[in-house]
Design a protein around this ligand. Structure first.
Ligand code: FUB
Length: 321
């Protein structure tokens, strides 16, 4: 029995409140994408290892944000003939009974094969197979490295993908079957939506009719990596930088960023899932995945997220997403 389970049993027996510890799982994991599938929380992170060793993605599932089960190598480069390394920052979404993982591969540069791919499975735990046998986006457009995609479903049923490293962010519209991208009404395929100080790791959610766009700033190997955000009336922006909401805390961790957000259906409760460097980390890849609560003020602004070692209280789900 692991230490967390013993602790939870003891605390539960004493009638005290308990919370899951941060980091939520053992090991170096970064860029966590969190999503709810059928009352279960799923987290799909990057294995934070040297690039050549990033040849698979693991997933973690939980009924309560406390007990996590590891699903090893849900996507492997063996299933993606064009990908050899740098499996990065998956974006998870389900549609029409299928589960999709959009992923970055190969740390692509101009003239190379790689970029953003898409894989599909019958279950959240995979195994995921390459959907189209080639990258969905290989080219560098508007200066954006094709990595760090996030897939957002708007209320009208449109699927948009935000993506981009190297300080540039594009939005594209996905085909209904996710096998490609389609033009916008003005004929453009890619629109740049880069906010001030943006570096990578975009994320979007909608609350009370407003579009909350979030991203990471700074260098991910260093201590100042952080998350900032913008509120807009449109999925296309403009996205004015409204400030940092997750950043280093010398008592807890540094380089906190590349996050995602969990919204509990039917509530106004939100969680931020992110990675950070433990205090004293010596390698840029020393990144661990954590969860803390995210709150809003009465005007809808996001309040700075307080990083903790305690994490969040266990929470089971009752409604379907
Ligand atoms: O983990 C690989 C890369 O590190 C991600 O793609 C970036 O966003 C950064 O977190």
């Amino acid at each position: 029995m692991n230490k967390l389970i013993i602790a939870s049993a003891l605390i539960g027996a004493c009638g005290l409140s308990m919370s899951a510890a941060n980091p939520i799982v053992e090991g170096w994991y970064a860029d966590p994408e969190a999503i709810i599938y059928d009352n279960t929380y799923w987290v799909y992170p990057t294995r934070s290892l040297p690039y050549e060793e990033q040849v698979a993605l693991d997933a973690f599932s939980s009924p309560d944000l406390f007990h996590w089960t590891k699903h090893e190598a849900v996507l492997d480069t063996n299933a993606v003939k064009w990908a050899t390394k740098c499996l990065w920052a998956p974006a998870a979404i389900s549609k029409d009974g299928k589960y999709y993982l959009f992923f970055g591969a190969n740390d692509v540069h101009e003239g190379e094969i790689g970029g953003i791919g898409v894989a599909v499975a019958d279950r959240p735990e995979g195994p995921y197979k390459d959907l189209i046998g080639k990258p969905l986006i290989n080219d560098i457009v508007n200066g954006a490295q094709p990595i760090d995609q996030f897939v957002f479903r708007d209320d009208d049923g449109s699927y948009y993908m935000y993506y981009g490293g190297w300080g540039h962010c594009n939005i594209v519209k996905l085909k209904d079957d996710f096998t490609g991208i389609v033009p916008f009404p003005d004929g453009e395929m890619y629109k740049e939506v880069t906010p001030k100080d943006y570096v990578e790791g975009p994320f979007m959610f909608k609350r009370d009719g407003k579009y909350y766009f979030m991203w990471s700033q700074g260098g991910w190997t260093g201590p100042d990596y952080c998350v900032a955000y913008s509120i807009s009336d449109s999925p296309f922006g403009p996205f004015n930088n409204q400030g940092k909401i997750l950043q280093r805390d010398e008592m807890i961790g540094t380089g906190a960023g590349h996050h995602s957000v969990i919204h509990i259906p039917g509530t106004d409760d939100y969680y931020m899932v992110y990675h950070r460097h433990p205090i004293g980390a010596t390698d840029g890849n020393n990144r661990v995945t954590c969860i803390d609560r995210m709150y809003f003020d009465s005007e809808g602004n996001i309040l700075p997220v307080r990083m903790t070692f305690d994490g969040v209280e266990p929470r089971t789900l009752t409604s379907k997403k």
